[in-house]
Design a protein around this ligand. Structure first.
Ligand SMILES: [Zn+2]
Length: 312
């Protein structure tokens, strides 16, 4: 019996050695495990660290820990494209400490899923950004990177894996449909991912993200010739510095198309409207897609009017 156990141990050890040797990320996996272990120590610290020692709080003499708790859970999903040429390139980027970027999941063009980080840890995928009043997106969210060079369409295999993953995440963490968003949504001045070919409408139909009621009954064009925009003063465009700077005339003049100003509607949806043209562009990248610019046509206003009410 003992002999057989030894053989078993040898086989297991041999398998481990072979699998470690064949995984080029074995060294960074060891770093990962070390960091996870260090963080688990933080979780073991009992509050307050030193009862009665601070001047600010009058801690009770006896510490009483509640018996009713669990780990915090993510409540947002942020979808990205990698803007890189291969999964290998992205895996390398996410395992180099100097890049300071990561995500929980990477999905290849072939549908292969890399789960790089336990969902309960904080990945560094969002950077500076805001959604609604939430300004720490990394703490609240799960990041999913889709292998994509930034311009190409997303493959059917990749989308199939994504939809399965979203289903699991939504069920496991009870994430509301409105909380499935893109990187460009939370960082409109900096980001444009996922690109305009991303099928947000399909996702919304499956319960990941919201969509407006179609068909919208007009096909609008920018209205020329007037200097007064709907709810927007020309000065509000002052912060735009790129070539796509719109004239104030590029906002539709039909006030009856939108019950509130575009700024208010976009803010209700969740956009940071500090830079309004950037917020408009991010909205169009997500919800219009046929054109992605800082112009709000009659059609766009109708979409916005229908959409913002779904976020109330
Ligand atoms: Zn991104």
């Amino acid at each position: 019996m003992k002999y057989r156990n030894n053989i078993g141990a040898l086989l297991i050890t041999g398998t481990l050695i072979i699998s470690c040797a064949s995984n080029p990320y074995a060294p960074t996996n060891r770093v990962h495990k070390k960091q996870a272990k260090a963080l688990s120590k933080e979780l073991k610290v009992l509050p307050p660290p030193s009862p009665g020692t601070t001047a600010k709080y009058n801690y009770a003499e006896d510490w009483v820990g509640t018996t009713n708790f669990s780990l915090r859970r993510p409540n947002l999903v942020v979808i990205h494209h990698t803007a890189q040429n291969s999964v290998d390139q992205t895996l390398k980027t996410f395992t180099l400490p100097r890049t300071q970027v990561s995500s929980h999941y990477v999905i290849g063009r072939n549908g292969e899923v890399y789960h790089m980080l336990n969902d309960l840890y904080r990945a560094w995928h969002a950077g500076n950004g805001q959604w609604g009043s939430n300004t720490d997106i990394n703490s609240a969210s799960i990041g999913i990177e889709l292998d994509n060079n930034g311009f190409e369409e997303f493959s059917p295999l990749q989308m199939a894996s994504l939809l399965n993953l979203l289903e699991d995440l939504k069920t496991k963490y009870k994430i509301p449909a409105a909380n499935f968003i893109g990187h460009s949504d939370i960082a409109p001045t900096r980001k444009n991912d996922p690109n305009r070919t991303f099928p947000w409408k399909l996702l919304a139909l499956k319960g990941f993200g919201l969509w407006y009621d179609e068909p919208i009954d007009i096909i609008g064009e920018p209205v020329e010739g007037s200097s007064t925009a709907v709810g927007i003063e020309p000065s509000e465009f002052g912060s735009v510095s790129n070539d796509s700077t719109p004239s104030p005339n590029s906002i539709s003049q039909n006030p009856e198309l939108l019950d509130v100003s575009p700024r208010v509607a976009l803010k209700i949806i969740g956009y940071d409207v500090t830079d309004l043209p950037a917020a408009i562009k991010a909205f169009k990248l997500h919800f219009i897609q046929t054109e992605v610019d800082t112009t709000l046509t009659d059609y766009d206003l109708k979409v916005l009017n229908n959409l913002y009410k779904k976020y109330l």
